[in-house]
Design a protein around this ligand. Structure first.
Ligand code: SF4
Length: 438
């Protein structure tokens, strides 16, 4: 690509694009989005040309297998590429075909997904795989109408899978794409406002390359990930700078616009790690739908007004599993952030004389030894509670994870240590001795 002043292309430097903007006669109904045939062609040429030379090699880009692409796109929603890569590898290794996924136990699917968050994505993918097997004989439908109807398949996933796997002309619009378009056209509609979605969808559709929709979609998302980043965009090295209004008008820092989101509340909760006479811990399974649906956890809940953490713990256990327990140790607190709220959880070790559980809320329960807990799909907060418990125990414990990662607890002489959780696996940090992973 030819570049000169401020990274403009030769064509841009000759002033063709300002003229193009002034003579806007296209059919766009938006006052700032001016796209005619020449602009669209130049946009695709600059963008796709850059993509061919600069894109990252990622495992899901090496295939046209719609199932692999679907899995990757489900994982990539709200999640960074580097986080997804190992999860994608394990998932495809465990469920190498859609039929194998459909035949699996949902608990095994959630276990592989454990730590990636947004578990409804895993449940929907699993449910959709079963529908594809039942309705389409195991072949993923390649029409928008049929594919878009499947659980968990929204506009983004449908456009991504159909364009990447089948090269169909559907424009992908995610956060990266909206940020790029907002800056290139100085679009004032907030990118995080639902009512603005048609604006971004419309301009992406008008820019889309009909010859290479797959490359176009990959390229615009890659540009947002590598160059037109949320902070400190690399405008001087950007292939789109000659077409970018905010760059030309020095208004990049004003785009994209966002509506202010509400502050995230913090809830105080209380949780009991209840042991029975056989030293087994009680875990309960959440209902399949909703937050953390299908995952296992220790009983507990929000601390109500005028309650202490201890009384809240006793009440929650009584209400959820109808057990009368005795608190034997205050293990401390853990903090965890979900998408829309945070929790500070007081964690107690408690004993129960009886193992007779009556469920009220959870849909299943198990009494498990400490080393069995990790065989169940657990939320990250529950992992943190196990780590907290391990940090208080007088003897070494080792919990081996299904994915060969482990928790190791070795109390050192000073006793100063803390356990943290990374990507669903425990990392034990010991004062002055580095860290251990398995
Ligand atoms: S020139 Fe800057 S603002 Fe415009 S698309 Fe490129 S990186 Fe984004």
């Amino acid at each position: 690509m030819l570049r000169n002043f401020r990274g403009r292309s030769e064509a841009g430097a000759r002033g063709e694009y300002p003229k193009l903007f002034r003579n806007y006669t296209d059919t766009a109904d938006h006052p700032k989005i001016m796209v005619n045939e020449n602009f669209q062609k130049d946009f695709c040429r600059h963008l796709i040309g850059w993509y061919h030379s600069a894109h990252r090699t990622l495992p899901w880009r090496e295939t046209r297998n719609p199932y692999f692409i679907w899995v990757s796109e489900a994982m990539l929603q709200q999640t960074q590429v580097q986080t997804v890569i190992p999860y994608y590898g394990r998932f495809i290794e465990t469920f190498p075909t859609l039929i194998r996924l459909a035949d699996a136990d949902i608990q095994d699917v959630l276990k592989i997904w454990e730590g990636l968050g947004y578990y409804s994505r895993a449940r929907h993918l699993y449910e959709a795989a079963r529908i594809v097997c039942r309705t389409y004989g195991g072949t993923i439908p390649d029409t928008w109408a049929s594919f878009r109807k499947l659980p968990g398949v929204g506009d983004y996933i449908a456009a991504a899978v159909l364009s990447f796997a089948f090269r169909q002309p559907h424009a992908v619009v995610d956060g990266n794409v909206k940020r790029v378009l907002a800056r290139i056209f100085e679009i004032d509609e907030p990118v995080n406002q639902l009512s603005a979605k048609p604006v971004y969808q419309s301009v992406a559709k008008r820019l889309l390359s009909l010859h290479e929709p797959d490359m176009f979609n990959q390229a615009v998302m890659e540009l947002g990930a590598l160059i037109c980043t949320p902070k400190n965009p690399g405008c001087e090295n950007c292939p789109m700078s000659s077409l970018c209004r905010s760059f030309q008008n020095r208004s990049v820092s004003q785009y994209p616009k966002r509506v202010e989101s509400r502050s995230v509340p913090t809830y105080a909760v209380s949780v009991g790690m209840v042991q029975n006479a056989q030293n087994r811990f009680l875990i309960t399974r959440r209902a399949a739908s909703g937050l953390l649906g299908g995952l296992w956890e220790f009983p507990g809940g929000k601390i109500q007004l005028n309650e202490t953490p201890e009384t809240a713990c006793l009440r929650e256990i009584r209400e959820e599993v109808n057990l009368k327990v005795r608190i034997v140790e205050n293990l401390g607190t853990i903090r965890h952030a979900y998408t829309h709220f945070r929790i500070i959880a007081s964690v107690f070790l408690a004993t129960a004389d009886s193992s007779e559980v009556v469920l009220n809320g959870p849909v299943d329960y198990q009494w498990v030894s400490l080393d069995q807990i990790s065989q169940y799909p657990l939320p990250k907060a529950t992992h943190k509670m196990v780590a907290l418990f391990l940090s208080k125990m007088p003897i070494p414990y080792v919990i081996r994870h299904e994915n060969h990662m482990a928790v190791q607890k070795c109390r050192n002489g000073s006793g100063s240590r803390a356990d943290t959780v990374h990507s669903g696996q425990f990392v034990s940090h010991q004062g002055g001795q580095g860290h251990q992973r398995r």
